[in-house]
Design a protein around this ligand. Structure first.
Ligand SMILES: Nc1nc2c(c(=O)[nH]1)N[C@H]1C(S)=C(S)[C@@H](COP(=O)(O)OP(=O)(O)OC[C@H]3O[C@@H](n4cnc5c(=O)[nH]c(N)nc54)[C@H](O)[C@@H]3O)O[C@H]1N2
Ligand SMILES: Nc1nc2c(c(=O)[nH]1)N[C@H]1C(S)=C(S)[C@@H](COP(=O)(O)OP(=O)(O)OC[C@H]3O[C@@H](n4cnc5c(=O)[nH]c(N)nc54)[C@H](O)[C@@H]3O)O[C@H]1N2
Ligand code: SF4
Ligand SMILES: [Mo]
Length: 871
């Protein structure tokens, strides 16, 4: 069975061989043009996410299990009552770039065409909204011009605010291969941090956060002064003069000073950009999640337009999408400021859409964008919200305020695959949704390629597809005729037909060529890049090759640089905090956090800071810290990273209340937004940091995931057969343990000495709990202890070693670096000591790095750290 990975926007094809209900063998689809058989470690571990533990299986109303019919009735009645009393603006949907296109289409149709308000926004607001504005302002359409094949065609590749090595691993590996084949291909990484992606870089510009648009405005100016303008392009451009005028003041010296870069670095970048026609710029959240997110996008696109580097093989401005179907969401108009199929809120488009839908009403004004939507909930203006496929209590900025808003909201409906999330805690109505492997539909990846997600597993419990839940509620609201689908292919055909409806080449998104697909044809649909229409029956790899754009005059627009605001630090909050992703976790960890293999690479919330700053703030590596902003505080483990700029921190976005006591970084981040896109500046927050005092620290393995209480810090990492918690507490560790666990009916093995306290609890020869505490976090052999929860050691000597936390003999693997083959840091260092001097040699000996390749940058780092130590 062929399907598509549900994680990142690379959109890899996956071949699945189901093995029973809760397991499947997963491999890359050799034929899928996004990955040609490759998968990253998250994709490769998909088979391990099919467990039913923790799933939301049955609907609930006010915490009581009810029938699906009763839950749908309660949803429809709840929405109807609020609409009748307070009007359609009092209800809202908050969706996700992880919904399928068919789900998304239905949600948008219901809200905009039948409820008659445009209050449907999505987590793509936190992600792609600035890119949408950038493309629309420049091209007149939200259209990504490039494709992955351009990676092999480019002479210069620029990655701006993208840690693709971790966030788009298969795309990154494709770049790695391209560079191996053509070492002359130049790679430039623009990121304040030295990331794993920099491993590939010929040039890394560690610019001042938030200064990207200045760097690119300077480039625009440089193009003019250094013969970099494509004069034949000028006929296809409008608003060139004002843009050049605004950029003129940004000469080399000013740019270098503003961006905090050496002038030589800046010219090296500008020269490379100018020197070749085949320049590809890839960007992601470092660009979009900014108070000037939209202007950053246009600054990049400006440079490509003026130099004619667009629409050609190997060249163009290529925004990488984050989620598997953020692009599909953009196509169906799933954002509050768009209508379906690339239509806008003008009278002609509104009328056209209403005619097509034959709907009683149509929203005529944009609705509330995510941050404003939650503000309106907090104020009480919005009284009902249906949240689907996203976890805003974790992922929205000013998380404490989001929680308060949800707690106050009279009607919160949540459709999710999991029973217990930080958001579902606020739900009045919980609707069980089908997840990956169970549901059926289409997604669009970063390069406009539509692929099928196919079902291969049975629906668990009462779970239903999101489109079905929405359509059922729509029917109960009285819209049966327009929501009567019985199969997702019917929805897809309607969506495809709408894209071509009265289009006449005016709207970029046109898949009218797929409007006649039979159910079987839809089922078998092969990956295809839009547009798909009479002109491009087999899809289209690149847009704008003819230099015709979608503004009415056919020209693209340059946008003048506007002086941008940046987030600044101050005396009370002197550090700038950056946030983002780690390699093996996905967002709020609802899927990846449950897979032990994916927890190994990074098993605890951390705050990274420059070693020199760490000295200044008294924060040795491995200690605990408290990070605070005006909005809240979190706790995390300190790591040192000399790849950070001084005065800047990095905290991962993933941890939340299911996995930690208080380490959710969005409690700190302010809801400051780019005024044009409404996208919040999630990458920059002024904070302070201080050591977190704990009398003792320790590890606890237990069978259940019951969260510990009365601690200063904890974080959970699921293991095979047990849950492992890392803890920090006050007072005495043994007293805390006595308050946490009832050990009365168990056989205990205890070791005590000074601050040290260790305890094993057994029942009928099976290990139930293992606890190790000391004034500092004890070093233990984790694999050995976890193994004892699967097969308890029987020899007394091994039980003794278990209490010591160290295997009697044998190697400690250390922190896992290669998740594909579970190869640990210590094993790798031992191999280096035994003479392995390259990643190839390590791969030959230990297999590390030979599958998905995501750990190669870290292998190289370990190799170089050993070489430095030796020399
Ligand atoms: N492993 C993993 N992969 C994922 C995801 C995941 O959760 N886990 N999520 C997916 C999603 S939805 C998304 S949106 C993508 C995100 O993919 P990316 O955007 O590549 O990932 P991030 O880690 O959010 O941030 C990227 C980089 O922006 C840099 N940055 C911060 N501020 C600035 C700045 O001012 N200028 C510049 N130039 N750079 C800056 C950060 O240092 C960081 O390295 O990843 C997708 N892929
Ligand atoms: N500080 C900071 N915050 C960020 C970011 C950052 O870089 N820094 N990045 C932002 C970005 S780019 C993004 S995209 C967001 C992501 O943030 P979220 O969208 O909030 O994160 P997810 O964990 O992907 O949430 C998906 C939810 O949908 C559920 N789910 C999974 N499959 C299905 C399904 O088929 N149907 C339904 N109904 N539910 C399903 C999951 O269990 C989970 O609860 O976070 C944003 N927040
Ligand atoms: S690169 Fe992205 S789409 Fe491909 S396997 Fe990894 S997470 Fe899935
Ligand atoms: Mo995202």
């Amino acid at each position: 069975m062929k399907t598509t990975c549900p994680y990142c926007g690379v959109g890899c094809g996956v071949s699945v061989t189901p093995q029973g209900d809760e397991q499947a063998q997963v491999a890359g689809d050799l034929q899928h043009p996004a990955n040609f058989g490759r998968l990253c470690v998250k994709g490769a571990a998909l088979g391990e996410t099919l467990k039913k533990d923790g799933r939301l299986l049955y609907p609930q109303v006010n915490q009581q299990r009810v029938s699906m019919d009763a839950a749908l009735e309660a949803t429809a009645n709840g929405l109807r009552e609020i609409i009748e009393q307070h009007g359609p603006q009092a209800v809202a949907f908050y969706g996700s770039g992880q919904l399928l296109t068919e789900d998304y289409y239905v949600a948008n149709k219901l809200m905009k065409g039948f409820i008659g308000a445009a209050n449907i926004d999505t987590n793509s607001r936190l992600c792609m909204a600035s890119a949408v504005v950038g493309y629309k302002r420049a091209f007149g359409a939200d259209a990504v011009p490039c494709c992955y094949e351009d990676f092999e065609r480019a002479d210069v590749v620029i990655l701006v605010g993208s840690n693709a090595a971790w966030a788009h691993p298969v795309a990154y590996q494709r770049l790695v291969k391209a560079k191996q084949q053509r070492p002359e291909m130049q790679v430039i990484v623009i990121d304040p941090r030295r990331t794993a992606t920099c491993d590939l870089a010929d040039l890394h510009l560690a610019l001042r956060p938030g200064s990207d648009s200045v760097l690119f405005a300077g480039l625009l100016n440089w193009l003019v002064e250094n013969n970099g303008v494509d004069t034949r392009m000028l006929a296809h451009l409008a608003d060139v003069e004002p843009a050049l005028l605004a950029a003129r003041e940004w000469d080399l010296a000013r740019v270098a000073a503003h961006c905090d870069l050496e002038p030589e670095q800046v010219t090296a970048f500008w020269q490379l950009f100018t020197s070749s026609q085949r320049v590809l710029t890839l960007w992601c959240m470092g660009v979009n999640q900014s108070v000037s997110g939209s202007d950053n996008n246009n600054a990049i696109i400006n440079a490509h337009l003026l130099s004619g580097k667009v629409g050609l093989p190997g060249s163009g401005p290529f925004s990488l999408t984050g989620q598997p179907n953020a692009m599909g969401g953009r196509e169906v108009g799933g954002l509050a400021n768009q209508l379906a199929a690339h239509m806008n809120f003008n009278d002609a488009d509104c009328d056209r859409l209403q005619r097509f839908w034959q709907s009683p009403t149509i929203a005529r004004q944009p609705g509330l964008t995510a941050v404003k939507l939650f503000d309106a909930i907090e104020r009480g203006d919005v009284k009902a919200v249906w949240i689907m496929g996203t976890n805003p209590a974790v992922s929205m900025p000013e998380g404490n305020r989001i929680a308060q808003a949800l707690a106050k909201c009279p009607l919160v409906i949540v459709s999710d695959v999991l029973a217990q999330t930080d958001t579902s805690a606020f739900a009045d109505i919980l609707l069980p949704a089908l997840g990956w492997g169970e549901k059926n539909g289409t997604v669009t990846n970063s390069e406009r390629r539509i692929s099928r997600q196919r079902a291969f597993a049975a629906a668990p419990g009462d779970a239903k597809p999101d489109w079905w839940l929405l359509a059922q509620v729509a029917q109960r609201l009285g819209f049966a005729a327009a929501f009567g689908w019985t199969h997702p292919a019917q929805i897809f055909r309607e969506h495809a037909a709408l894209s071509g409806f009265e289009n006449h080449g005016q709207r970029a998104f046109d898949i009218s060529g797929l409007a006649q697909l039979s159910d079987d044809g839809w089922d078998k649909l092969r990956p295809i890049q839009w547009p798909v229409n009479a002109q491009h029956p087999d899809g289209c790899a690149r847009l704008f090759s003819d230099r015709r754009f979608f503004h009415p005059d056919g020209k693209a627009r340059l946008l003048p640089f506007a002086e941008t605001k940046t987030v600044t630090v101050n005396r009370d909050y002197p550090l700038l905090m950056n946030t983002g992703r780690v390699r093996d976790q996905w967002h709020t960890m609802t899927r990846t956090g449950a897979v032990p293999r994916l927890m190994q690479h990074c098993d605890e919330p951390f705050v990274a800071l420059h070693p020199q700053d760490a000295i200044a703030y008294g924060l040795p590596a491995g200690t605990l810290a408290r990070v605070q902003s005006v909005h809240g505080w979190i706790t995390a483990r300190v790591t040192h990273d000399s790849g950070l700029r001084r005065g800047e921190l990095f905290v991962p976005m993933h941890w939340n209340r299911q996995f930690s006591q208080q380490s959710n970084v969005d409690m700190l981040v302010a809801a400051l937004c780019c005024p044009a896109s409404g996208q919040p500046a999630l990458k920059q927050t002024a904070v302070r940091i201080q050591p977190l005092r704990a009398d003792w620290q320790g590890w606890l393995w237990q069978r259940s995931d019951q969260a510990p209480k009365n601690l200063r810090y904890w974080a959970r990492a699921p293991q095979q057969g047990a849950q492992r918690f890392v803890l920090g507490g006050e007072g005495s560790a043994s007293n805390w343990l006595a308050s946490h666990s009832d050990l009365t009916s168990m056989q205990l093995q205890v070791a005590e000495g000074g601050q040290d306290y260790r305890l094993l609890a057994w029942r009928n020869g099976a290990l139930q709990l293992a606890f190790y505490a000391a004034s500092r976090l004890p070093h233990l052999d984790h694999a050995f202890i976890t193994a004892a929860f699967q097969a308890a050691p029987t020899r007394a000597i091994d039980r003794h070693s278990l209490l010591a936390g160290q295997a009697a003999q044998g190697d400690v693997a250390g922190r896992i670096i290669c998740s594909c083959f579970s190869v640990g840091e210590q094993t790798i260092l031992n191999a280096v000591a035994q003479g392995c001097r390259s990643t190839q040699a390590l791969g030959a000996k230990l297999k590390c790095g030979t599958n998905c390749g995501s750990c190669i940058p870290e292998l190289k780092q370990l190799l170089s750290s050993c070489v430095t130590e030796e020399s």
